[in-house]
Design a protein around this ligand. Structure first.
Ligand code: G4P
Length: 513
C-alpha cells in the first residue's frame, strides 16, 4: 500500500512569502484543522499566552504549528501535513527538530532576491537529512530577476540540479502568465495588476502578445529533465514559479507535492531504519509546547508517527519514562471533528497532552524496543548566567528552567561550583523568549548576565577518566537537566586544549537522548 500522507515544511527567508503561500495552500486544499493559526488574529491572538507578544511585536512566528489539508487526486484523498517552521533569522533548534519530522520541503525564494541567508541555512539542514526539496520562486507578478539567473543561482549556490516545471512568460508590467511544461497550458493573468482569474489556455491557443517563445523553449530544453529518483535523493530540485499573493502556480505546487513528494520515509533508529510498515505503532517527539492556554499548565508534545495505526486510548511507552502511558485524548490534527478522529497513520502528527512526562527526543512505541536517533541537542553558542531579582524565588526559577529546557526553548546547566544556573542557546531570540516567559508564565523576575563561558561540550568516557577530569576541573563543570556531565569552555581553544590533554574523553558538541 502506498501511503496518501505528505508531511512537509516550507523553508524560506523572512518576507519571501511563506505565510501568504501557507494561507493559499490551506485555501486550495480544504483546511481541516490548524493548530495555531497561520498568523493569529483577533480573539484567537488575545487568547494565546503573553509571551507570544514577542511574536507579534517582531512579526515572527516563534512556535511551530501543524496544519492539515486534503485534496482529491484521481479518486484518492491525499492528506497533507504542513509543519510550520519559525521564520525568523536566528537559527533555532526548534526549526532543526521540526525538519527532522518532515519527509520533504518546499523552498520559497523571492523572485527579486534569490537565495537569502536563512534559506541557505535551512537548506543545509535539509541536505544533512537528505530531505527532498521542491523550489517555489515566488512573486513573479512583480518585477524580478531574470528567471535564468535565479535557476543558475539555485544550481550553483546549493550544488543541486535544477529542473524547471513552469516558466513565467514576461515579467512585471509585461507579465502574461505561467507556462506549465507538463500540461503545456498557460495560466493567464489579467490587467495591470496581474490578477489571476483561473484562466488557462493550451499553449498553442494562448494569446501571448510578446515574443517570449525563444525564452521558454530554451528553458524547457536547457535544463535536466525531472528525475524522480534524483529528487527523492535530494540531488535535484524541480522548480516552480508563481505568485502566492495572486494564487498563481499554487495549485500546480500542491499537485506536485501530491504526485512526487515522498510518502512517509523510514526513520533512523541507531543502526536500523524503521519504516511505516513496521508492525507496531512508533513515533518520536520533535517538539513540546507548554502553556498554549494560559489557564492550564498543560503541555502538548508533538509526535511524528513513524509506523503502525494509532488508535485513541492506545498504550505507548515513552523511552524517557520506561513505563507505558495511555494516550486517551490525543489531538489529531487531521480530524475534521476532533471528537470523531480515532486513528492516525504514519506521517501524521499527534499532539499528546501531558504534564511534563514527554520530552523532545523521546521515542514512543508499543514494545519499547525502538530508539529513534538524530534529534540532538546542540552545543550552545551563547551562554548566560541567570540572576534572580527576588532571591526567594529560587524554587520557581528552577522549575521554570527545567520546564523550558524540557520544551527545548533553552538548555540549562547547573554548575558544580557556585549557585547561579547557566542557560545556553544557539540564537539570541531564544533568550528573549526565555525572559518573557519567565515573567509571564512563572512570575519570576530574572536578568541575564554575561557568563565566563563561551560554549559547552558533553563529556563521555570511562568512569575513571571522568572522575579524574572532574577532580581537576570542577570550576568548569556543570550538569545538564538529565544530570549528564558538561565541560563549560571559555573558548574554542579551551576545548581543543582539553581534548588534546584528555585523549580518553570525548568532548561532544551534540547530545542525543
Ligand atoms: P513571510 O511569511 O515569508 O515572512 O512572508 P509573507 O507571506 O508575510 O509576505 C511578505 C510580503 O510579501 C507581504 O507583503 C506579502 O503580501 C508579500 N507577498 C507575498 N507573496 C507575494 C507575491 O506573490 N507577490 C507579491 N507582489 N507580493 C507577495 P507586506 O506588504 O510586507 O505585508 P502585508 O501587509 O501585505 O501582509
Amino acid at each position: 500500500m502506498t501511503s496518501n500522507r505528505r508531511t512537509f515544511a516550507i523553508i524560506s527567508h523572512p518576507d519571501a512569502g511563506k505565510t501568504t503561500l501557507t494561507e493559499k495552500l490551506l485555501l486550495q486544499g480544504g483546511a481541516i484543522h490548524q493548530a495555531g493559526l497561520v498568523k493569529a488574529r483577533g480573539a484567537a491572538r488575545r487568547a494565546r499566552s503573553d509571551w507570544m507578544k514577542i511574536e507579534q511585536q517582531r512579526g515572527i512566528s516563534v512556535t511551530s504549528s501543524v496544519m492539515t489539508f486534503e485534496k482529491e487526486y484521481d479518486g484518492e484523498t491525499i492528506t497533507f501535513n504542513l509543519l510550520d517552521t519559525p521564520g525568523h533569522e536566528d537559527f533555532s533548534e526548534d526549526t532543526y527538530r521540526t525538519l527532522t519530522a518532515v519527509d520533504s520541503a518546499i523552498m520559497v525564494i523571492d523572485a527579486a532576491k534569490g537565495i537569502e541567508p536563512q534559506t541557505r541555512k535551512l537548506f543545509e539542514v535539509c541536505r544533512l537529512r537528505s530531505v527532498p526539496i521542491i523550489t517555489f520562486v515566488n512573486k513573479v507578478d512583480r518585477e524580478g530577476r531574470d528567471p535564468f539567473e535565479t535557476m543558475d543561482e539555485v544550481a550553483d549556490m546549493l550544488a543541486l540540479d535544477v529542473s524547471p516545471q513552469m516558466w513565467p512568460i514576461g515579467m512585471g508590467g509585461l507579465f502574461e502568465g505561467l507556462l506549465d511544461f507538463r500540461t503545456q497550458e498557460v495560466a493567464r493573468v489579467e490587467g495591470g495588476s496581474n490578477e489571476y482569474l483561473g484562466m488557462r489556455d493550451p499553449l498553442d491557443q494562448a494569446a501571448i502578445s510578446g515574443n517570449f517563445e525563444e525564452e521558454y523553449q530554451l528553458a524547457q530544453a536547457g535544463y535536466p529533465e525531472f528525475d524522480l529518483e534524483a529528487y527523492r535523493n535530494g540531488d535535484l530540485t524541480p522548480v516552480y514559479f508563481g505568485s502566492a499573493l495572486k494564487n498563481l502556480g499554487v495549485e500546480e505546487l500542491i499537485d506536485a507535492i501530491a504526485r512526487i513528494a515522498p510518502p512517509p520515509r523510514p526513520q533512523p533508529a541507531g543502526e536500523e531504519k524503521i519504516g511505516p510498515e513496521h508492525d507496531e505503532v512508533s513515533g518520536f517527539i520533535f517538539k513540546v509546547q507548554a502553556n498554549m492556554d494560559p489557564n492550564h499548565r498543560d503541555r502538548i508534545a508533538f509526535m511524528r508517527q513513524v509506523s503502525g495505526t494509532f488508535k485513541r486510548g492506545m498504550k505507548l511507552t515513552p523511552s524517557g519514562l520506561g513505563k507505558p502511558i495511555a494516550v486517551h485524548s490525543p489531538i489529531l490534527f487531521f480530524a475534521q471533528d476532533r471528537e470523531i478522529a480515532d486513528t492516525a497513520e504514519p506521517g501524521d502528527i499527534i499532539g499528546i497532552p501531558n504534564h511534563g512526562t514527554l520530552r523532545v527526543g523521546d521515542t514512543l512505541s508499543e514494545k519499547n524496543e525502538i530508539r529513534f536517533t538524530g534529534l540532538p541537542n546542540f552545543a550552545p553558542e551563547i551562554l548566560r548566567r541567570v540572576q534572580l531579582k527576588d532571591p526567594t524565588k529560587t524554587k520557581q526559577l528552577r522549575k521554570a528552567l527545567d520546564d523550558l529546557s524540557e520544551e527545548g526553548v533553552i538548555q540549562v546547566f547547573y554548575p558544580e561550583i557556585g549557585g547561579s544556573s547557566i542557560v545556553g542557546v544557539v540564537g539570541q531570540l531564544q533568550l528573549d523568549v526565555l525572559i518573557s516567559r519567565l515573567g509571564a508564565e512563572y512570575k519570576v523576575d530574572a536578568a541575564l548576565e554575561a557568563s565566563p563561558f563561551a560554549t559547552a561540550r558533553w563529556l563521555k568516557g570511562t568512569d575513571a577518566a571522568l572522575r579524574d577530569f572532574e577532580k581537576f576541573n570542577q570550576g568548569n563543570l556543570a550538569r545538564d537537566r538529565d544530570g549528564d556531565l558538561v565541560f563549560m569552555a571559555k573558548s574554542a581553544w579551551d576545548v581543543g586544549y582539553q581534548e588534546e590533554k584528555n585523549p580518553d574523553l570525548a568532548f561532544s558538541a551534540t547530545k542525543e537522548r
